[in-house]
Design a protein around this ligand. Structure first.
Ligand SMILES: [Zn+2]
Length: 298
């Protein structure tokens, strides 16, 4: 009986220690970033995702249990969102060894026009981040396949530092991922190429698709004003602008209220369609988004 138990322990030790040695623990804000890290890192990498399904990154506040989990994380991948600006210093004070990796490093970022995410926070009564309210660049960099390739390379480099014995695996995974993303980029380009110039504008409530629009020569027209529902006057202006585009579809996302979008849709006789900038399956999601836009803009 005792002998059996000892035997069991000895059989488990090599197994447990191999997991303990290999496992890397990193954290990200949102699911599509976890997809990038997991695709490059494979099964040896544990990724904590802080923003749960259905929540908006720009307004989410991590729970105490998640802050505890951050204490064992080795790296945190930031995209320069207001979430990162507010929470990275707190992650750091809870875990001084935490490596902060800026995935937006080396990416030429677009300005966030007609809307600032920071106002979401002002509305939630947070006063400590007012100093960077103005002029924060658009954080939605994961919605352009070419930028994802760039980000995945940075991820591979960081994981290689954390687990040098697996460097080949990480870069092999990254190369395969880059190839998939190149294919995706070609497919999206082909899908959207036939849309005539006068139809290349699309209406969206929350302007998450700026990099996507930039990459594929589309024009994003946001409805949200400074991260909020527009006032009646702004709504009238939005309806006017929406009419001018001739758009028959207004895109919304699951994490944000669709009240205004529905009001505008009624006024201009458009239908509502969903694009999710935070879906966890990034490659398939970008493909779905391109198909939805091709359909909407035909
Ligand atoms: Zn957003």
């Amino acid at each position: 009986m005792v002998y059996g138990r000892i035997l069991l322990i000895f059989t488990l030790i090599p197994f447990l220690s191999s997991i303990a040695q290999a496992a890397i623990h990193v954290a990200v804000s949102i699911a599509p970033l976890a997809d990038i890290v997991q695709t490059v890192g494979g099964e040896q990498v544990k990724v904590t995702v802080l923003v749960p399904p259905g929540a908006s990154m720009h307004t989410y506040e991590p729970k105490p249990g998640q802050m505890k989990e951050m204490a064992s994380a080795q790296a945190y991948f930031s995209v320069g969102d207001v979430f990162d600006a507010v929470w990275v210093p707190r992650f750091r004070s809870a875990n001084p060894k935490l490596q902060i990796v800026e995935l937006h490093a080396g990416i030429e970022r677009l300005p966030m026009t007609a809307h600032t995410h920071e106002d979401d926070h002002a509305r939630h009564g947070r006063k400590d981040d007012h100093h960077h309210e103005q002029g924060r660049p658009d954080p939605h960099i994961w919605l352009d396949p070419k930028l994802v390739i760039h980000m995945s390379h940075a991820v591979a480099q960081v994981l290689a530092q954390l687990a040098p014995s697996q460097v080949e695996e990480f870069f092999r995974n990254q190369a395969a991922y880059a190839q998939r993303l190149e294919g995706l980029d070609r497919d999206i380009r082909a899908l959207l190429a036939p849309i005539p110039a006068q139809r290349r504008a699309f209406l969206v409530f929350h302007p998450a698709w700026g990099y996507f629009a930039h990459a594929y020569d589309l024009r994003q027209i946001p409805m949200e004003v400074h991260g909020k529902e527009p006032s009646p006057k702004q709504l009238a202006a939005t309806i006017h602008a929406a009419r001018q585009t001739g758009a028959k579809v207004i895109f919304v996302q699951p994490q944000v209220s669709t009240k205004t979008a529905h009001a505008v849709a009624r006024e201009i006789g458009a239908r509502i369609a969903t694009l999710d900038p935070l879906a966890p399956d990034l490659v398939d999601n970008l493909r779905r988004a391109a198909q939805a836009m091709a359909e909407a803009l035909q």
